[in-house]
Design a protein around this ligand. Structure first.
Ligand code: ZN
Length: 303
């Protein structure tokens, strides 16, 4: 009910904005900052992009706020991650009352399309038990090897709402991928000496990235995705770290860093806070900067 009242309020507010002040840029809203950065890469100066969440947040648990609805109210395009990471956006879209971006509309893009999904559960997942990855691992956006697929999906969506700019979008995307490709060569070289190394994740947010660079997540601190570690599970992980001489426990800025540090210390490893998204840690304000940060800090920690 609160959502309906809010929608009414927003409709009233939006009446004051109107077409007169409308900018000529294509207004894009993304659910997470990685997609903002990638949309800016493809859209260049033809787009104005806003993200509904910030890099320091746990995207699984984003809270729908009136400010989200206000952003969505004016959007030409909504870019979402999919695979159940950001389903909360449906509530915000409902409150935004914008036909451009409802599910199935041309202005709605889900970038998980064509992504080779990892960690797809083999048994049926009971969501009521709190497992937040029922469709497989949704944290693919910071694997630079998947950026070609993601940016293709973004390009398709942009070209759908602004077909006259398709050639410009294609040019921007190509430029970005060329740059990413040369960085990729450097990143692969940087991580080459530690290839095959095992790490522990806190939440399995880094599986795509690790797989890309030949590293292995040997275990996760959470019992299952989204389910806090039980004391027994923590003890098992400590054993595993000791037995396999694992050097690093990866931890997301939004997770229980203290627990990760305690486990790492007890087992003789170290906890490493990683950029789970663009903007998650200092100095990761763009897509390439975020990957670069992760590559460098991992290479250093695994030495
Ligand atoms: Zn997750």
């Amino acid at each position: 009910m609160a959502v309906r009242v809010l929608a009414l309020l927003l409709a009233l507010l939006a009446g004051g904005v109107g077409a007169a002040g409308a900018a000529s840029k294509i207004r894009v809203v993304t659910t997470i900052p990685d997609l903002k950065s990638l949309t800016e890469a493809v859209g260049g100066d033809l787009v104005e992009v806003d993200s509904l969440t910030r890099g320091v947040q746990n995207f699984h648990e984003a809270e729908v706020r009136p400010s989200m609805m206000l952003k969505l109210r004016r959007a030409d395009l909504l870019v979402e991650n999919g695979l159940d990471l950001d389903t909360w956006v449906d509530v915000a879209v409902q409150g935004a009352n914008n036909a451009n971006i409802i599910r199935g509309a041309p202005g709605r893009i889900e970038v998980s399309r064509n992504i080779p999904v990892l960690d797809v559960p083999t048994a049926r997942v009971d969501r009521s038990m709190g497992d937040v990855h029922p469709l497989g691992n949704p944290h693919f956006s910071l694997d630079p090897g998947l950026a070609p697929i993601i940016t293709q999906n973004i390009l398709d969506g942009l070209a759908r709402v602004a077909p006259q700019h398709r050639a410009a979008f294609e040019r921007n995307r190509q430029e970005f991928l060329t740059r990413l490709d040369s960085e990729m060569g450097r990143w692969t070289k940087t991580l080459e000496p530690v290839r095959g190394a095992k790490v522990i994740g806190y939440h399995p947010v880094f599986v795509y990235f690790l797989t890309r660079f030949g590293l292995v997540q040997a275990g996760a601190l959470e019992d299952r995705p989204g389910i806090p570690a039980s004391p027994q599970h923590v003890a098992q992980i400590i054993q595993l770290i000791k037995a396999d001489r694992i050097k690093v426990v990866l931890v997301e800025p939004w997770n229980d860093v203290k627990l990760a540090e305690r486990v790492a210390q007890e087992a003789g490893a170290r906890a490493l806070v990683i950029a789970t998204s663009v903007g998650a840690v200092k100095g990761t304000d763009s897509y390439i900067a975020a990957i670069d940060y992760n590559v460098r800090s991992l290479a250093e920690a695994l030495k």
